[in-house]
Design a protein around this ligand. Sequence first.
Ligand code: ZN
Length: 462
Amino acid sequence: MAQYDLLLRNGLVVLPDEIKQADIAVKDGKIMKIAANLQDTGKQELDADGSYIFPGMIDIHVHFNEPGNENWEGFETGSKMIAAGGGTTFFDMPLNGIPSTVTKQALLQKSKIGIQKSLVDFGLWGGLVPGHVEDLKEMADSGVIGFKAFLSDSGNPEFERADDTTLLNGMKEIAALGKVLALHSESAAITDWLKVEKEKQGARTADDYLETRPVLAEAEAVGHAIAFAKLTGCPLHFVHISSEAAIRKIEAAKQEGMDITAETCPHYLLFSHEDLTVKGAVAKCAPPLRKPEEQQKLIQLLREGKFDMIASDHSPCPYELKDPAMHNLFEAWGGISGGQFTLLSLIELAVKYDIPFTQVAKWTAENPANRFKLAEKGRIQEGKDADFAIVSLKEAYTISKDNFFAKHKESLYIGHTFPCKISMTIRRGNILYENGKIREKAERGKWLTPQDNTAVKAHTAV
Ligand code: ZN
């Protein structure tokens, strides 16, 4: 009788503090043993043949638009895309479904769809919007991973930006609930005013769009949120930070001992405003891709360890909404479709800038798991979930519509060549993706709720 369900042999295992050639033994979805030349047997044995074994990526920031807008993405295609990128867990944002996730009922409705359709494990964000501060507690008790609010217009009229009173009341409550508030930080006053100014001039080029969302707007909003967090004690997570000025403010607040984390996205590191100019709306997002000088500063900040985690902010839409015929960048839907490429992008940057792979694993797995209290996830370690991304550096990988698994195939990343390839993704011991193909029949993912959440355990039957 085989002792283990799965034995993964000859991998270069990316452990928390070192990379080691070792075998990994898995049973019942858990990592049981990590050691060189294991003499045990497995029902299934795989030869990683010198490929790197990273912990399964945890993408804390995607927009899958379900329920209601599954023609934009949906849990099924979205989760397959995550798996094809070495991801074993994602957290879905609260704003793009109908209804948006601002009540317990909406949260439970979405969780049921996810349990049915998601190939990988997932967590769900709840929203902080005007009129729903009273719903935060019920959503926390029901298992949200954290809360999200917008300081500028969200692009979705159903999900209003948080005004100052909502923000203060919400932060006070979220602090009491022991949760984290994630913030889209751009100043509504600045961005709205600049947009009106541009509209008056009929200005709508790529340069004009960039000028409506300056670094100043991001830095101002970050400073505003930090002041409110100081007053209320609310832990913050800044999503998709795109500028040095914003990071400097976050860094100063961290130095003061505030409970703050920051994320950036691969597109701010691999691409720049020049891509918006050349490729048009597929490169439109908010905050916008910055000029090459700012992009270089962000890479430098990444190398200095100023970001806690990297997430995709996968934000797709049907291509018509990118408005290709009109070439009107201001009206085109903003959002980068690229949830498959976070780990690949970071490995590309790590190879180029000599960043240790152990650091990549911290950004993509360990830090997200720690911040959002997923005790079973985040590291290749005995006792943790057997979640792995097997990465080959022997092959380059060029992105095309044929190997991009999102529902809509238009993306900023089409044509980009990575110096590495995801050869396999394993979630809790199950192979989900192998050499370009999804294992359609693999067991579905689980809804993950933060582990300190005792209330959730009581109602998992819901
Ligand atoms: Zn987003």
